[in-house]
Write a protein that binds this ligand. Structure first.
Ligand code: 6PG
Length: 252
């Protein structure tokens, strides 16, 4: 397993510019090697600027958007046009603007009444796109973007929730008592097969937890971001100066 690579950038804009450059590099490499690029988008607010940057040149012109297969790492239990929808953010700020074919957009159907069935359906969708059995080992996404909450969660893998213990399914429904909500989330079972995982973490409110996740004791129940340990892929943390403020202070 590669050691995590931590890149400290000046501010959120610089983090998203670096993320856009990594997206383009990964897209070009995957498309050249395999004729397509499979990417998992993160939710929350941080990736908005990344999506905007990808719709503008130079990034826009450097990607063959007809060859990109879009997936999501997690989704709220809301309709796709709801303000809280991770899909809606990406669809409005990126997918519609660069003309991604509908067949390449694989939305997490967290608006379905039966979330366990929705999770199984999404696992089958991932398997179909990769041409593998949903019962087999998870396929390798080329690139996965992840965010991290101030509580150390990533995707919808929240502290002390059942999804943290999933060791077979690629996608699960997860009850999040802290928020009183249900979520759909991909699990470390499939995240850890990715070729590259990029965390985007910005802001002062993430500084304490980032230092704990990267430098503190391993405690994944409390700090689920520590669960992300790719088998052979790379982990890149793109963090701004505010979020990195407490790094390197352990033991000092
Ligand atoms: C979600 C996300 C979640 C997010 C973090 C960081 O659905 O909320 O997937 O894991 O990435 O909470 O969110 P911000 O970027 O808004 O800080």
């Amino acid at each position: 397993m590669h050691r995590p690579e931590i890149r400290q950038l000046a501010d959120p804009e610089a983090v998203c510019r670096e993320a856009a450059a990594e997206f383009v590099t990964a897209a070009q490499a995957a498309t050249a090697a395999r004729g397509r690029f499979t990417v998992v988008l993160s939710g929350g607010s941080t990736p908005r600027r990344l999506f905007e940057l990808l719709t503008a040149d130079p990034s826009r012109a450097q990607v063959d958007w007809t060859k990109v297969e879009f997936f999501w790492g997690d989704e709220r239990a809301v309709p796709p046009d709801h303000p809280d929808s991770n899909f809606r953010l990406a669809n409005e700020t990126l997918l519609l603007r660069v003309g991604v074919p509908a067949a390449r957009i694989h939305r997490l159907p967290a608006d379905r009444a039966d979330l366990d069935a929705a999770a199984a359906a999404y696992q089958a969708e991932i398997a179909r796109v990769f041409g593998v059995s949903p019962e087999a080992a998870p396929p390798p996404f080329d690139l996965v973007f992840l965010g991290m909450g101030a509580d150390g969660h990533t995707a919808s893998l929240f502290p002390y929730t059942s999804a943290l213990h999933e060791n077979a399914r690629w996608v699960v429904a997860n009850h999040v008592p802290q928020l009183g909500v249900e979520r759909l989330t991909l699990t470390p079972v499939i995240f850890d097969r990715a070729g590259c995982i990029i965390f985007l973490v910005t802001g002062t409110d993430k500084a304490a937890v980032l230092a704990e996740v990267l430098e503190g004791p391993v405690d994944p129940e409390r700090l689920p971001s520590q669960l992300i340990r790719p088998v052979s892929g790379r982990v890149i943390w793109l963090v701004d100066r505010a979020a990195a403020a407490r790094l390197g202070q352990k033991g000092s």
